[in-house]
Design a protein around this ligand. Sequence first.
Ligand SMILES: Nc1nc2c(ncn2[C@@H]2O[C@H](COP(=O)(O)OP(=O)(O)O)[C@@H](O)[C@H]2O)c(=O)[nH]1
Ligand SMILES: [Mg+2]
Length: 344
Amino acid sequence: MSDTPSEFETRVQKPKKSFLDRFRPAPTALATAAQPQSVAARLRSALSRSGQGLTDLFLGAKVIDDALLEELESALLMADVGVATSAKIIQQLTDTLDRRGLTDVDAVRCTLEKILINILLVCERPLVIKDLPKPAVILVVGVNGVGKTTTIGKLCGRLKSDGLSLLLAAGDTFRAAAVEQLQIWGQRQAVTVVAQQTGADSASVIYDALQSAHAKGVDVVIADTAGRLHNKSNLMEELAKVIRVAGKIDPSAPHEVLLVLDAATGQNALSQVKEFAAVAGVTGIVLTKLDGTAKGGIIFALADQYSLPVRYIGVGEGADDLQPFVARDFVQALLSQDNRGLGR
Ligand SMILES: Nc1nc2c(ncn2[C@@H]2O[C@H](COP(=O)(O)OP(=O)(O)O)[C@@H](O)[C@H]2O)c(=O)[nH]1
Ligand SMILES: [Mg+2]
C-alpha cells in the first residue's frame, strides 16, 4: 500500500496527541509501576489507529449497501489486512448478509466481529512454559529494530511474576549496544545475563548460557539474537548454527522460536515469516508496536496465511506493554467505538 494518505485516511486522521500518550508508562517505568488502565482499555487505545477506519465507517453508516462494503474493504486494506484476506472477509460478510437478510448496521458490525475473531482464533495458542522441558529454551529471532530485545525484557517480567527463574543469553554479539541493552533489562528484572565480548560467536554465548542454566536448575533461558536481515543468507546460516549448537546440550532445544514482527512493517512481515520459518522453524510470533501504527490488520493476513500461534502482542515500550494474544479482545479493541470518543 502507498504511504500517501488517501482521502479516506485523511478523514479519519487521529488528533495530534493520542489518548495512548497519557497512559503509556515512561520508557524507564518498571514492571511494578502502577497501572492506571485495565488491560482491555490499554489494548483499545493501542489499537485505535488500526481500527479507526472500521469504527468510523459503522458510526456513519445508515444503510447496508455496496458503497458501505466497498468502504469497508478500503478500511481493511488501509489497516494492512491485505488484498486476499480482505476479499475473503468481505465475501464471508456478504454471504451472511444474503443468507440472513441483515439490514441493521449493528447486526452487520456484530457479524463482522465474529468473522474477524474466527480468523484470529487459530493464532490464540499461548506459550505454556510448564509444558516444555526444563530449562525451556526460547530463541528470539527477527530483523533489526522490530523489538526483540525489548520483548525479552518485557517477557522476563511476565515469566518472573509466574514464579519462574530465568537466564538471558546476549546472543546479539554484533553491536556492543545490544549486549548493554539486554543487560539493562536484566538489571531491571533482576535476571542474570550471560554475555561475551562484541564480535564473539553468538552460538558460543548461547552454549554457555544453556550449560549454566542446566547447572543452576533455571526454568527458562531466553536467547537474544542479532537482527538478521532475512535476505542475507550468511546471517541466516549463523542462526541455523545457533540452533545446532543449542541442540548439542539438549537435542530438543530450542523449544520455542519466537519470531518478532513489527506490525508497522505491513505486508513485508509475511515474507519475514517465510524466511525465518525456513531456517529456524518458527513456533510462535510476537507482534510489536501495535500502539504506533495503523497497520495492525497485518495480523489477519498472518493468521490467514500461516496460522502460527501469536504468543504475545507489544503495545508500547514499557515493561508492562506485552500482552498474551486473545483473539476476541483484539478484535473488540480494534472495533471499539470508544476509540473515537476517547481519542478526542
Ligand atoms: N511503541 C513501541 N515501541 C516498541 C515496542 N517494542 C519495541 N519498541 C521499540 O523499538 C525499538 C527497537 O527495539 P529493540 O528491542 O532494540 O529491537 P531489536 O533490534 O529487534 O532488538 C526500541 O526503541 C524499542 O523501545 C512496542 O511494542 N511499541
Ligand atoms: Mg536487539
